[in-house]
Design a protein around this ligand. Structure first.
Ligand SMILES: [Zn+2]
Length: 565
């Protein structure tokens, strides 16, 4: 299949002197790149095409048009990616390297259903020889034979022809232009379905091979270079246990639930017309009515929620470059554990114990890499039964992660109907979208209430407390805006105002000398994510110079000597 495309140009005899003529396939750099790009589009992107065409009928001519446009796009993309770094000397080593790497990548992706995004690539790069041996079974050999060895044999026979540099430059320029025109043309032809695909299934782009691992490798190298330039600054080096640690009659467990995309406007406890928090309303919780989030997306809000200085003097590089709450608490002797049901802890639990709901392999709770939030509570009974000292457990929810709100709750919580049951919000009415969103809040209400009831049941053995706070809000069609991520300064309140609440076991308030009636009054005043770092240190009774009492919501609501700083 390679020969016809490669026979377009004859070499001069002098250039083929080092390989016998009968072994050589003469070709220009552009021809070699085109064939390689075609080969990858066809042989390395079956997963991508499968995902992109998943919901389409094969009998529909539009599906074939879409597939063809995607194919042209892939060929043009890889051509444009490789052409700038390819010349007569580099093209063959470069393609040889990429051919082998791509064969490994496609095997890895197919066998383990993975997307080669930066975090996955980081995992791959951190894989040691022992793990790698388990990953690659003997079935790898026939795969490498077909997808690496055969193309390499063909590549070896290619003889790159030499042309006068003026002509070579002109041809290269024309080829690049042609590839760009092809890419833009293909994109324009299928812009509507393509942009919808990229919006609703962002992860699909990480199936485009080999562009996926090249991009991810670049992202990892860039992030590491940045991280190496500024190692995480330790803070709170003087952190130590406060006096209540020794005087406490029982072990202590503080649970911080980091919510996802829950907005205050739809939160029953905050006065929403619909009761979206029926279970929490039955419990003695303290809802904070006016809480401002640090950011309007997880990447900004999450690190900020654990930072000593958050939105009030926002500095992203300081936040990412410094240790946070969990490191200070751990330094004082708090047993910290992060359990994730979303996209990881964004560095705030680096080097500390953590696990994910998905890794627990709980039956019936997970599908397609996403798990219901009740998995966060797995093992809580054992943790309570064996509790010692002071513990901080962080539960990172999937919560109301959009746009597929309907996937965030089990069928029993489909109470506001009809709910939008499409991943594409444009196919639903506003009412349906809000219904699905509110149903997901009902499920968060259930998860947090279940957590509190379980802690209540152990109140005789362990002093416990819960803080729930959402990371940011969500737009549900107000001013035609959906989802979130508008820059903080111009974001509507629905994206920045979030629900937050506290709950304490009687033993916990007693041990800390907390006045809950005072906290109820404080909860009516404005608060923000900036309070979390200092409030949590206060509730854990960790003493350190980084603890600023005026940002501790419990300050002024404590009695006795434990209030002394
Ligand atoms: Zn978020």
């Amino acid at each position: 299949m390679f020969r016809p495309a490669l026979r377009l140009e004859r070499p001069t005899t002098s250039e083929t002197a080092d390989l016998p003529q009968r072994f050589a396939i003469p070709a220009t750099v552009e021809q070699v790149l085109l064939v390689a790009s075609l080969f990858w589009a066809l042989a390395a992107n079956r997963l991508f095409f499968g995902a992109a065409l998943k919901d389409r009928g094969l009998t529909d001519p539009a599906s074939w048009g879409f597939a063809l446009a995607l194919g042209v796009l892939l060929v043009a993309l890889h051509f444009l990616l490789l052409a700038p770094v390819s010349n007569r000397w580099t093209v063959k080593p470069l393609l040889a390297l990429l051919t082998v790497a791509t064969a490994f990548a496609t095997f890895f992706m197919k066998s383990y259903s993975v997307f080669l995004d930066p975090s996955m690539l980081r995992n791959v790069l951190r894989t040691d020889v022992h793990e790698a041996r388990e990953l690659f079974t003997w079935t790898l050999l026939p795969h490498l034979l077909i997808y690496a060895l055969l193309p390499l044999l063909l590549l070896w026979r290619v003889r790159v022809v030499q042309r006068p540099w003026r002509r070579a430059a002109l041809v290269r320029l024309a080829a690049l232009l042609l590839a760009a025109v092809a890419a833009v043309g293909a994109l324009m032809a299928v812009f509507q379905p393509f942009s919808s695909l990229m919006r609703n299934h962002k992860e699909v782009r990480y199936l485009i091979t080999p562009a996926n691992y090249l991009w991810s490798l670049g992202a990892v190298v860039a992030a590491d270079a940045k991280g190496a330039a500024a190692p995480r600054q330790p803070i709170g080096l003087d952190a130590r246990p406060g006096p209540t640690w020794a005087s406490a009659a029982r072990p202590r467990l503080l649970v911080l639930v980091v919510g996802e995309t829950a907005r205050a406007a739809n939160w029953g406890l905050n006065g929403y017309a619909r009761q979206t928090t029926p279970e929490l309303a039955q419990l003695p919780v303290i809802p904070f009515k006016d809480v401002t989030a640090c950011g309007t997306n997880t990447e900004v809000s999450l690190p900020c929620m654990f930072a000593a200085v958050g939105r009030r003097d926002y500095d992203e590089s300081r936040i990412r470059g410094s240790e946070g709450l969990l490191h200070v608490a751990a330094r004082a002797g708090v047993a910290v554990h992060w359990r994730d049901n979303q996209s990881g802890c964004k560095g705030v639990c680096d080097g500390l114990p953590n696990d994910s709901v998905e890794s627990l392999k709980l039956p019936g709770l997970c599908a397609e890499g996403r798990c219901l939030d009740e998995g966060l509570l797995h093992g809580l009974a054992q943790r309570l039964a064996s509790a010692q000292g002071v513990q901080l457990l962080v539960l990172h929810q999937l919560g109301n992660h959009g746009p597929s709100y309907f996937r965030r709750y089990p069928a029993a919580f489909n109470r506001f109907t009809p709910a939008c049951e499409s991943d594409d919000l444009r196919l639903c009415s506003r009412e349906q979208i809000v219904n699905a969103y509110d149903n997901a809040l009902l499920y968060t209400d259930h998860v947090v209430a279940r957590l509190i009831r379980q802690l209540q049941a152990s109140a005789g053995q362990v002093d416990t407390a819960v803080i729930y706070a959402s990371d940011h809000g969500e737009s549900l069609g107000e001013n035609n805006l959906f989802l979130h991520g508008i820059p903080h300064a111009i974001a509507p309140d629905v994206q920045t105002k979030v629900p937050m609440l506290m709950w304490f076991s009687p033993g916990f308030t007693q041990a800390l000398g907390l006045d809950t009636a005072c906290l109820q009054r404080r909860a009516a005043e404005p608060a923000s994510h900036d309070h979390l770092f200092h409030t949590l240190l206060g509730m854990l009774d960790v003493r350190s110079s980084v603890h600023e009492p005026r940002w501790d919501l419990t300050q002024g609501c404590r009695s006795g000597s434990s209030a002394a700083h």
